[in-house]
Design a protein around this ligand. Sequence first.
Ligand SMILES: [Zn+2]
Length: 280
Amino acid sequence: MRKTGSVLAALLLAACATPTEQTSGVERMYVINCGENHVKDVSRWTPGVNVGKPHVFSNHCYLVKHAKGWMLWDTGNADRLAAMPNGLSVAGGAITAYMKKPLVDSLKEIGVTPADIKHFALSHAHGDHSGNANLFTAATLYVQRAEYAAMFGPEPQKFGFIPDNFGKLRGNTAMIIDGDYDVFGDGSVTIKAAPGHTPGHQVLVVRLPKTGPVMLSGDMVHLQYSWTNRVAPSFNFDVPQSMATIDAMKAYAQQTGTQLWINHDMEQNAKIPKAPAFVQ
Ligand SMILES: [Zn+2]
């Protein structure tokens, strides 16, 4: 009788311990400066508003330290731009892209090499997110089926992709996703489908141990303005789908108390500690 009781107690203890273990997988996250994009006219991103005004978009990569290993989210502007102090003019001169400090150097400062990263995902495959993707061939690539098809299909350029940025990922172990995916199986890092900007755009929800859940936006929205006012640029792959994604993610964020961290919003990012410091 006593034996049964202790077994039951052990089972109950195990059951009680489970939720704590589920939230403790993520140890910390590094927000890495991964370049800047200077634009001549911000209204390209905010149709009809601030027409003709220049703007500076921040750009970040996010490195998550989970008990089961490192995960990198996005790779920023290409490291080769570090050799171009005046930046690289793209999109017919509308954007000048800078990368003052190569991603490999930022990783080195944290004590990580590209080969250490075993879990890897891009919010989407545009150049300011996939600039250094080819470094991460040792990782499992987590990618939406629609994005993978666009990246490695016959016409990646049609989606605004530069195939040379990520060509080496063709050989990676790939986790092809349709929808949401729990990366470490403990609910601490979840990829969520957020299509519209590109066919298989996705966002990442990271349950930080002290800060709580944070959603990394990718380009679901580029600016706080776009999130608040439900605005999508006309160059998105699918504008109505972009709006539906914003609505769905707003509902999710409200229901779960998740903060949205907007990659390209310089003003919001000024408040977030950058690598080699980290957030918890
Ligand atoms: Zn972007």
